[in-house]
Design a protein around this ligand. Structure first.
Ligand SMILES: [Zn+2]
Length: 302
């Protein structure tokens, strides 16, 4: 998020101060609005694809947290030069408000809406000046611990008490960063997918495989790039996808295809197995998983 904003800030460096009732007009402003929208779409897709993996594998993740599937923001989270854009284009304001809600999330099920201001949590109102960090601290450390949590919402003139049912998920959030190279990686804390990869990955099942592979590296704390660890992460990815009910047959069929978009990147790397090695490894693991599932056994990593 911070790095994405930095990129947006760089784009805007030459943009003069703008009025609060601003609509994008100049070339730069229109380009900025388009990039912001593209970023929102990539993020929404990534959250949707990551959610089943993070939820179904919570039991096996060393780090978990309670979550309801939304992001929040306040105007002060944006650099001063960006604030008018954040206000008009993505509805940020002085109060803490909901920026995005993931499809099918507890937040959506509870009836929360993007743009809702959050004025209280766990039965108490917040003093003004509630930051994103303080909200998440309160939510994850206390309010979201239980089966149910109450949020106090301001929606236009309406005040609402909304009860949400948080769920436990792996605490390795997935984020999109703007970069023209198609790449996914992890720093051990989060999974980072570049905008170029979001653009080029053929479908959500393939995106899930990339995410699950990085999640495996994060869970296992893999530090080095090593062939055997890459193949291990691939096998773990299929197990985690299977738990999340992703179609693993379909996911690996992509790796049989010689016209793979990352073929160059893969074959030029000494630390990465070749496409055919990965496919063989995937195929063997797929057979093992299918056998275990058919026999009604609990899936473990291999
Ligand atoms: Zn890897």
């Amino acid at each position: 998020m911070r790095r994405a904003l930095l990129v947006l800030a760089l784009l805007l460096i030459a943009t003069p101060a703008i009025a609060a009732d601003y609509v994008p007009r100049t070339k730069n402003e229109i380009a900025f609005a388009a990039i912001l929208k593209e970023h929102q779409n990539y993020n929404a897709r990534l959250q949707k694809v990551a959610a089943p993996l993070l939820k179904a594998n919570a039991k096996y993740c060393p780090r978990t947290r309670r979550d309801i599937g939304m992001t929040v923001h306040t105007l002060s989270d944006y650099q001063p030069s960006l604030q008018p854009f954040a206000e008009v284009l993505i509805g940020a304001n002085d109060r803490l408000s909901i920026r995005t809600i993931r499809e099918g999330s507890p937040a959506e099920v509870a009836g929360l809406k993007e743009g809702d201001s959050i004025i209280g949590i766990g039965g108490s109102y917040m003093p003004s000046g509630f930051t994103v960090q303080r909200f998440f601290d309160l939510a994850t450390k206390t309010a979201f611990k239980g089966e149910e949590a109450e949020l106090k919402i301001l929606r236009g003139e309406q005040r609402l008490d909304i009860v949400v049912r948080p769920e436990t998920i792996c605490d390795y959030p997935a984020n999109v960063f703007f970069n023209e190279k198609a790449n996914g990686h992890t720093d051990g804390e989060q999974i980072i997918i570049t905008s170029e990869l979001m653009k080029t990955v053929p479908d959500d099942v393939n995106l899930a495989l990339i995410l699950a592979h990085e999640l495996a590296h994060a869970i296992k704390g893999h530090q080095r790039k090593e062939k055997s660890l890459e193949l291990k992460a691939d096998r773990m990815a299929l197990v985690m996808m299977s738990r999340a009910n992703y179609d693993i047959d379909r996911a690996i069929s992509y790796w049989r295809d010689a016209a793979h978009p990352h073929a160059d990147y893969q074959s030029s790397s000494k630390t990465h197995p070749s496409i055919s090695e990965r496919y063989k490894n995937f195929r063997a693991e797929q057979l093992r998983i299918t056998k275990a599932v058919t026999a009604g056994k609990t899936l473990s990593f291999n």
